[in-house]
Design a protein around this ligand. Structure first.
Ligand code: GTP
Length: 337
């Protein structure tokens, strides 16, 4: 079985972190998120994955040369963003059989083998995994009939209603994307699926109770990290807090349970870090306080500073003593008092 993993989005909701790191390459606990996705695919017998991205394409080079083992990766050129449907169609020129598609920003322990088996039992052209959420506003709802056939894709509801949403994991037959135009970006959610459904093609939905979290926003990225630390995600097991062996944390610093300190990061004396991720080479000065924040690679927080809900991009600097709620500091930028 082969799979297409969608990794070419700009990740605007995770800016400024995604100014220099594509969303799928942001580490989740101990390694770039895409490793988790690929390992999950390998556990379900996927031996080849097709990837493409026109956004920060060169950043994927180092990842690809570090990656070992199953699945093998084929990189496909995507000269300009093709949208989710266009990127799948572009990759699927190389595919002649049933294949999986995964959004590259979703943490899930979904039973992919069971999903493919269900797709075959239904003789579907497309099978869409659905996941229940308490508030469907950011997503839009998908309805299925008693036989599991998808009835409609509804626009994002204005009220916070519970419901089943598109989980960004599909099984497709090559014919599902055969007619996708190649001269403009095409969305699979907004164009390809609705047009298949209205043409009467067998599009099925499978509701899954597996762990599911999209990492699209800072809050969700942090929540997925905390869930992984708590052992809520099948296949992942970590000590909490997670401190990389090459990090240096003062014995007089306090780390909460939901904290990741990445390789070569430094946490100074008297610093307090809670519910936060400090990425590779991030520095937290003495007596600084960090809550609900992401400190990007080689970013630094000066002594005595206090941050809540902050996102610091690669190499960002927060000067000593700064107090801030919800700061966004771009790559190499400085936040002053
Ligand atoms: P936002 O800008 O914050 O909405 O994030 P995003 O750009 O990742 O968009 P979204 O979350 O809707 O994308 C869903 C999945 O599709 C993600 O895994 C993206 O990486 C991927 N994706 C979105 N657009 C493209 C594209 O044009 N080409 C490719 N190859 N992948 C895409």
């Amino acid at each position: 079985m082969r799979a297409v993993v969608l990794v070419g989005g700009e990740g605007t909701r995770l800016r400024p972190l995604t100014e220099t790191i594509p969303k799928p390459l942001i580490p989740l606990v101990d390694r770039p998120f895409l490793h988790h996705v690929l390992d999950h695919l390998a556990r379900h017998g996927v031996h080849e994955v097709l990837l493409s991205s026109s956004y920060l394409e060169s950043a994927f080079g180092a990842f690809l040369s570090d990656r070992r083992g199953d699945p093998a990766i084929t990189w496909i050129t995507e000269a300009s963003p093709l949208g989710t449907g266009g990127a799948i169609a572009n990759a699927a020129q190389h595919l002649e059989e049933t294949f999986l598609v995964l959004n590259g920003d979703i943490l899930t322990d979904l039973d992919l083998s069971g999903l493919v088996a269900q797709h075959r039992r239904n003789a579907a052209v497309a099978t869409i995994t659905l996941t229940p959420v308490a508030d469907a506003r950011p997503y839009g709802l998908v309805t299925v009939d008693e036989a599991g056939r998808v009835g409609e894709f509804r626009e994002k509801p204005p009220e916070p209603v519970p419901g089943e949403i598109n989980a960004g994991t599909y099984v497709l037959e090559p014919e599902a994307i055969r007619d996708v135009p190649s001269n403009r970006p095409v969305s699979i959610e907004r164009e390809v699926f609705p047009s298949l459904i209205s043409s009467g093609a067998p599009v099925f939905g499978v509701v899954s109770a597996a762990y599911w979290m999209d990492l699209g926003t800072p809050q969700k990225y942090l929540q997925a990290t905390f869930d992984a630390l708590e052992g809520r995600v099948g296949g992942l097991s970590y000590a909490a807090p997670h401190v990389d062996p090459t990090a240096r944390v003062s014995v007089r610093a306090h780390l909460g349970r939901w904290v990741v300190v990445g390789p070569e990061a430094r946490i100074g004396e008297g610093a307090v870090v809670e519910d936060s991720v400090i990425l590779r080479g991030g520095q937290v000065g003495p007596e600084a306080k960090i809550r609900q924040s992401i400190v990007g690679p080689a970013a630094s927080v000066g002594g005595g500073a206090s941050l809540d809900g902050a996102i610091l991009a690669e190499g960002a600097i927060v000067l000593a003593g700064v107090r801030s709620l919800g700061a966004r500091v771009g790559a190499g930028q400085t936040l002053e008092a």
